[in-house]
Ligand binder design. Structure first.
Ligand code: FES
Length: 162
C-alpha cells in the first residue's frame, strides 16, 4: 500500500473489528466510508485480505455479492434508487427519471463535479415508505418529484438529506 496514512486508517478499522474475518463486511463498509471516492479498489481488497489472513478471493466474493460495496470511484453522495417490488409498485421509475433529469446524468453515472452517483439498487428494507432511495447511509422515502427536487437542492447546498 503506497499511501501509508491510508494503510494506517485501514489497520485501525481492522483492529477495531478485532482482526476478525467474520467482520469482513463491516470492515469493507467502514473502509469504503473513509475513502473519498467511496469504493474498494483491488489493491485495498488484497491488503485487507492479507491483514485478515484470508484469501483475496473471499474478499472479492463479498464485494461482488453486496450492492452497497463499490468497485469503482463514486460521487460524494451515492443515490441508490430502489427498484424492488414495493418501490416498483409505487412509481420508482418516475422518481428515477426525476433524479436523472435534475442531475443531468443517467443511472450508473456520476456527475462531473464528483458530487452525485446515481444507480438502481435492490430493496433495503424501507418498503413501508416506498418509493425510497438510500443516500450513502441514510434512507429517504415517500418520494414525490417535488420532494426529490427539494432533497437535491439541500444536498447541493451542503445540507443534510433529511
Ligand atoms: S422495495 Fe424498495 S425499499 Fe423495499
Amino acid at each position: 500500500m503506497e499511501n501509508s496514512q491510508y494503510a494506517e486508517s485501514i489497520n485501525n478499522i481492522i483492529e477495531f473489528y478485532d482482526n476478525e474475518p467474520s467482520n469482513l463486511l463491516q470492515i469493507l463498509l467502514k473502509v469504503q466510508d473513509k475513502t473519498p471516492a467511496k469504493f474498494i479498489s483491488k489493491e485495498v481488497g488484497n491488503y485487507i485480505a492479507q491483514k485478515l489472513n484470508i484469501p483475496s478471493s473471499k474478499v472479492s466474493e463479498v464485494i461482488s455479492y453486496f450492492d452497497a460495496i463499490n468497485t469503482s470511484p463514486k460521487g460524494r453522495y451515492i443515490i441508490g434508487v430502489c427498484n424492488s417490488t414495493a418501490c416498483f409498485a409505487n412509481g420508482y421509475e418516475k422518481i428515477g427519471k426525476v433524479f436523472e433529469n435534475e442531475l443531468g446524468i443517467k443511472m450508473g453515472q456520476t456527475t462531473e463535479d464528483g458530487m452525485f452517483t446515481l444507480k438502481y439498487t435492490p430493496c433495503f428494507g424501507a418498503c413501508d415508505i416506498a418509493p425510497a432511495v438510500r443516500i450513502n447511509n441514510s434512507v429517504v422515502g415517500n418520494l414525490t418529484p417535488a420532494k426529490v427536487s427539494k432533497l437535491l437542492k439541500n444536498l447541493k447546498g451542503g445540507g443534510s438529506n433529511e
